[in-house]
Ligand binder design. Structure first.
Ligand code: ADP
Ligand code: ZN
Length: 724
């Protein structure tokens, strides 16, 4: 008789599971987490389903045995399927995809039991001041966790222990605090308008149907999309099932958590990198047990082991933050759709400016479109007026055109707030020497260093390199000759301060540092404590600023026309979203876009508020050029410490590409970001028809391609979103 074996996938850069012996008496099934020896280490892995055509190993004499099964619920079958599917699709090693589901539980620790204390009534003879305070605090007879008792009385925990020893307090075991409290679906249900109710009912029916379906909840900002999907979340909670809400940048969305709390009486379980490991461990268990019913999280929440996922929401589905660019490259929105298919449950994508991919799917009827045509309560989406920078020029070294300046003045006079949008962090994107023209660049990237005046430093936005602003030019030695070129938000604020010395202004960008500070500043804006906000794309996201009456887009051209097939879409979405920040309160909002290209179709669509025209033009252009979603794309980046090595391998790689009708391999060409972190980069682009299995092609290619040697590396990005 042959010994029993299982396949175990390890969370490492391996694509295939390893076989292990199963010790007598141990029952193992796919999804179980086990500790297995690997070399001299013990590694936590996952028992993997054995493919029907993969026979069990015959010679088991060299196999090692599973050491133990972890006290943990097995990963659910839909999650195993998702991992397999993602690995196949993205070409990432299966183990690295598994790692995203296991990352938080290398040391799964059980929820900590808490020790509680209660007064017994016995008062010891010798009483210090601290002991008196503690007895006083506990005199109500209630049980408190030991740490709470100490904190309340303002004494150290040893004082609590002392009184326990004296018999003045008795200890009890308290149950662990729940990972998240249960939302109350009827806590504060709104009265929905008719179109809102129609959309909500459609999603509720989809939840009840327990089948896979994709819905696009399409409505301008402020039309009540959140309010609508909350009703479907409520339905999942009522059924005792689970819902996942994916948010593009949860660290900044305190406002969302607050809203959820107002609606459901308790906060959702938050899942993102800002949550402590210990807390994440507990949420993970709660999700696996089915006790945690609603999770609001960043893209990594997609890999949680939901016991019974009834509904997934992808909020602001068009947001580029859903694409993970390093490690396993994947698009969380697309993978959420895949997982919903495996769970046989509905998924809702929400946006005021759907991605072209999603819009096309809705037009084809593959996604069910639910439209909310108006702002709730009749508030208007601001119209946008163009300001032609060729005619209405700001003075030299300034970026606010005279027209925009007078509009801001008017707004401030009327007591409104203004928001100026410029998608450039820092003070100036380039620093050069006035005397010799030398430009400050990153020593390890082909990128200019950006001046950050608050911090008095130059910084590389690609690798994080920092240096002080030099007093003398590093090339010619000229003193005090380094001058900033071009605008960043910090410099724009300086201009605001010069033009409107009375106004309180604030810069909002990711450089603020710290989630807490960010939350406080957003709140200050919402409370009207700021008159002029100068912000990067950070301000485009989901915030509600009721007093905001004017939005000025300082340079709408920044995102247009540099060889990125998604540039037009991005610009449209960003400007539309930023403009949508205004006029959400009682005041009617107004928007202005400064541009050198007022006739560009994207500008025209924005100015006319003609969303349909934008989609018509952009979809037609993509179809014409066979760009996604009308064709498939993958990008291959070859990088190496030396430029010639990267180039040579990229050329060999291109030469080894299997010839298949309809598939085109473009390049190699030096990447636009030719050097990143000291690595030289060459780029290949693969294009194929829509119905073509591009992942299978890439796997076949990889199998016959020359292996990279030395420090050369090849990374593959299926459905690339950026082309740097
Ligand atoms: P969106 O998600 O589309 O931007 P929200 O759901 O945030 O829109 O709604 C915008 C504002 O209108 C929010 O303050 C929300 O509470 C309010 N609102 C929307 N629908 C209703 C409703 N049916 N009853 C009460 N308030 C509503
Ligand atoms: Zn750099």
């Amino acid at each position: 008789m042959t010994a029993a074996t299982v396949d175990v996938l390890l969370p490492l850069g391996l694509d295939v599971p390893y076989s292990y012996l199963v010790p007598d008496g141990l029952e193992l099934a796919p999804g179980d987490l086990v500790a297995v020896p690997l070399g001299s280490r013990l590694v936590v892995g996952c028992v993997w389903p054995r493919a029907a055509d993969a026979p069990a190993p015959v010679d088991t004499s060299k196999l090692k045995a599973v050491r133990k099964k972890l006290d943990h619920r097995p990963l659910p079958p839909d999650l195993l399927q998702l991992i397999d599917w993602m690995a196949d699709y993205t070409l990432a090693p299966r183990g690295m995809v598994l790692r995203m589901a296991l990352r938080h539980e290398e040391n799964p620790s059980p929820a900590r039991e808490r020790v509680g204390v209660r007064a017994t009534g016995h008062v010891p003879e010798r009483l210090t001041a601290a002991r008196k305070r503690l007895i006083e605090a506990m005199s109500d007879g209630f049980v408190r966790a030991k740490t709470d008792a100490a904190r309340e009385a303002g004494v150290s925990p040893s004082v609590v222990d002392g009184l326990v020893d004296e018999g003045a307090l008795e200890t009890l075991v308290l149950p662990p605090a729940p990972a998240a409290e249960t939302p109350d679906p009827d806590h504060a249900a709104p009265t929905l308008s008719e179109p809102q109710a129609e959309a909500a009912n459609a999603i509720i029916a989809a939840v009840q149907a327990k089948t896979f379906s994709v819905h696009l909840l399409d409505g301008v900002t402020g039309s009540g999309k959140t309010e609508v999907y909350f009703e479907a979340v409520a339905e999942a909670v009522r059924e005792g099932r689970q819902a996942l809400i994916l948010l593009p940048e949860i660290a900044l969305t305190q406002a969302f958590i607050d809203r959820f709390t107002r609606r459901f009486g308790v906060a959702p379980a938050e899942w993102h990198s800002g949550v402590s490991t210990r807390r994440r461990g507990r949420i993970l268990r709660g999700v696996a047990d089915g006790d945690v019913q609603v999770v609001a999280g960043a893209r990594s929440a997609l890999f949680l082991p939901f016991r019974d996922l009834a509904l997934t929401i992808v909020d602001e589905e068009h947001d580029p933050a859903y694409k993970q660019e390093d490690g396993v490259t994947y698009h969380a929105r697309d993978m959420a759709v895949v997982r919903s298919r495996f769970c046989r449950s509905p998924i809702v994508l929400t946006s005021a400016t759907p991605s072209i991919e999603t819009e096309v799917n809705a037009r084809r009827g593959r996604y069910n479109r639910l439209s909310l045509p108006l702002r709730f309560g009749g508030a208007k989406v601001p119209g946008l007026s163009p300001i032609d920078l060729r005619k209405d020029m700001p003075p030299r070294g300034r970026w606010i055109a005279p027209r925009l300046q007078s509009e801001i003045a008017q707004t401030l006079e009327d007591g409104g707030q203004a928001l100026l949008f410029l998608n450039r962090r820092g003070y100036a994107p380039l620093t050069l020497c006035r005397s010799c023209g030398h430009r400050m660049r990153c020593p390890s990237c082909s990128a200019w260093l950006v001046e950050h005046r608050f911090r008095r430093r130059l910084s590389c936005h690609h690798c994080g390199y920092q240096a002080p602003v030099p007093e003398c030019c590093p090339a010619c030695g000229a003193k005090d000759a380094m001058i900033p070129c071009g605008p960043g938000v910090e410099r724009l604020q300086e201009e605001v301060q010069a033009l409107f010395p009375e106004a309180r202004s604030l810069v909002l960008s990711s450089d603020i540092g710290g989630i807490e500070r960010m939350r406080a500043e957003l709140e200050a804006v919402a409370n009207g404590e700021v008159d002029v906000v100068v912000g990067t794309q950070l301000v485009a996201k989901g915030h509600n600023f009721p007093g905001l009456a004017l939005v000025g887009v300082v340079d709408a051209d920044v995102g247009l026309g540099h060889g990125d097939p998604r540039a037009a879409e991005r610009t449209f979405q960003l400007v539309h979203q930023v403009a949508g920040r205004a006029g959400r309160g009682a005041t009617e909002g107004r928007g202005f876009i400064q541009t050198h290209m007022p006739d560009h179709p994207v500008m025209q669509a924005l100015v006319k508020g003609d969303r349909a025209a934008f989609y018509e033009t952009e979809i037609a252009a993509r179809e014409e050029a066979h760009l996604p979603p009308f064709g498939r794309m993958a990008s291959l980046i070859v990088s190496a410490n030396e430029g010639p090595a990267a180039e040579a391998h990229a050329r060999r790689l291109a030469a080894s590409a299997p010839r298949v009708e309809g598939v085109r391999v473009l390049g190699p060409a030096e990447a636009p970001l030719a050097v990143l972190r000291g690595r030289h980069r060459w780029r290949l682009l693969v294009r194929a028809p829509r119905a073509f299995d591009l992942s299978a092609y890439l796997r076949g290619w990889r199998a016959v391609a020359p292996r990279p040697t030395g420090n050369t590396k090849v990374s593959i990005d299926v459905d690339p979103m950026t082309f740097l």
